[in-house]
Design a binder for this molecule. Structure first.
Ligand SMILES: Cc1ncc(COP(=O)(O)O)c(C=O)c1O
Length: 482
């Protein structure tokens, strides 16, 4: 049959697959190899440019090569260089190579891993990866976990568990508590889980941006007096604004006494707990009923992998168990991902984690995690010494926030100057910083979590902050203040 007669055939020949694979691999490796010379922020474009990209679906296919040209030469550079070593913005993600290989394997073999019986050995690898994470977080053997696309979806599933456990069908009186610094995914997940915004309380924080326990207790008591049903406290293992770690032990005590579910959001900071020497910074996190983690942050995987641990695994199972006449039997003693989460058909997220841990080994990953904290602490110590710099949020984990000020300046003037400092540092192209506003004060932030960030990047960051702070202060006619 010639090509014309066999038009419906979508299979490529072995030779074609090899050639296409080689082309993609060559581009991807070239991209990684040249990351150091790519600007940390990328060359962002506006809406007009994006409008020029709109097009109808092509009726006929094209060759791969020109598409790769556009992707790698035009479009990928027009974005934040989140894979680069100078990305100290927001919460950096990862992108380790083993996970990319795992994705290629899962996409080409395309096995169905929602149900244990369809791919028992593969699902077992995923279950192993979840058990490894459970052990690193020192959760008990009763724990069951779930890989999700990210931290937001992990928190959503945790809220479902808490709701099922404590509210049953009567969800309207249920109230959720999180600090005013908690990630916005908490309120969003609550809404998705049927807990409306008027039932989500933002609890005040102390001078280190941690949830105030007296304010939490007061809010819970007030809601109980009003006939509502407090059922969930969400603590943070590292907030996005300033990296604050909430007092887990005290929250766990309060939740045990008051029969509330305690969920810890460790999307940013959870994996620091892997390192025994850092565990005291997060004492009591392992007492939570559930824990959100983001392997695509703290375990350095590419975007698309979050994780949830639930201490009483039966609650996670019961919240999601469902079947149909066409489904195979699912024995309780095997781990069926579709019975522990909302998805039936899904990718195979466990393979990314499994292959990454197998190729590196846990010890190397722990060393990388510990190094990121050490780099952040060193950077904060150096930046705090700079004239005019005030450290508002020293690193509890690997994130810190600061501002600049000079004698006689108002907070508004300091906010403008700190924003300018941040923008000037980023404009130099080697490191990218972002900021946040909290309590009316703008903070420039440094977050070290990319596996590619090493000592040289931190030296550059400190040097550029020092030089640009001096310029910004000089423009204010200000000398050094400390
Ligand atoms: C503390 C915290 N929680 C939750 C999230 C949401 O995670 P994801 O973006 O993976 O959905 C983030 C994202 O940065 C975060 O920093």
């Amino acid at each position: 049959m010639n090509q014309r007669d066999d038009f419906a055939n979508l299979e490529y020949s072995v030779e074609e697959m090899r050639q296409m694979g080689d082309e993609v691999l060559a581009r991807a490796i070239e991209h990684i190899a040249t990351l150091a010379s790519q600007p940390a922020c990328g060359d962002l474009v506006g809406d007009d440019y994006c409008r020029t990209l709109r097009e109808p679906a092509p009726e006929d296919g094209t060759a791969l090569d020109p598409l790769l040209d556009r992707l790698f030469d035009d479009w990928i550079p027009k974005s934040f260089t989140t894979a680069g070593s100078g990305y100290l913005a927001y919460i950096p993600g990862g992108g380790v190579y083993p996970a990319a290989l795992a994705d290629f394997i899962q996409n080409t073999t395309n096995r169905f891993t929602g149900i244990w019986r369809c791919a028992p050995a593969l699902v077992q690898l995923e279950a192993n990866a979840l058990d490894w994470i459970r052990d690193w977080m020192t959760f008990p053997a009763t724990t069951r976990g779930l890989f999700t696309v990210g931290g937001s979806m992990a928190t959503f599933n945790a809220i479902l568990c808490a709701r099922e456990r404590h509210l049953g069908a009567d969800i309207r009186p249920g109230v959720v508590y999180a600090s005013a610094q908690a990630h916005h995914s908490v309120a969003k997940s609550a809404k998705l889980a049927g807990i409306m915004q008027d039932r989500v309380r933002q609890i005040d924080v102390d001078d280190q941006f941690r949830m105030r326990i007296d304010a939490l207790e007061a809010a819970i008591n007030a809601d109980r007096r009003a006939g509502l049903k407090p059922f969930l406290v969400v603590s943070s293992a590292g907030t996005t604004n300033t990296g604050a770690v909430d007092p887990f032990d005290t929250i766990a005590d309060l939740c045990t006494d008051g029969q509330l579910w305690h969920h810890a959001d460790g999307a940013y900071g959870g994996f620091f707990y892997m390192c025994p020497e850092l565990r005291p910074l997060m004492r009591g996190m392992d007492r939570a009923d559930s824990l959100t983690l983001d392997p695509h942050k703290g375990l350095f995987l590419p975007y698309g992998t979050g994780a949830l641990l639930v201490r009483d695994g039966a609650v996670l199972h019961d919240a999601h168990a469902a079947t149909g006449e066409y489904m195979p039997a699912m024995p309780d003693d095997c781990y069926d991902p579709s019975q522990h989460g909302p998805d039936l058909s899904r990718g195979f997220p466990g393979l990314r984690v499994w292959l990454t841990v197998k190729l590196y080994g846990a010890a190397k990953l722990r060393a990388a995690v510990a190094e990121k904290r050490a780099l952040a602490v060193a950077a904060a110590e150096a930046i705090e010494q700079l004239p005019g710099v005030v450290m508002d949020a020293p690193p509890q984990l690997s994130l810190f926030g600061f501002h600049i000020e000079w004698p006689g300046s108002t907070v508004e003037e300091q906010n403008v100057a700190t924003t300018e400092l941040m923008n000037r540092v980023t404009a130099r192209g080697r490191v990218m910083l972002t900021g946040c506003t909290t309590g009316g004060r703008f903070l420039a932030r440094v977050c070290v979590l990319s596996f590619r960030t090493r000592q040289a990047d931190i030296d550059t960051c400190v040097e550029h902050v020092a030089e640009e702070a001096a310029k910004v202060l000089a423009a204010q006619g200000a000398g050094a203040t400390n």
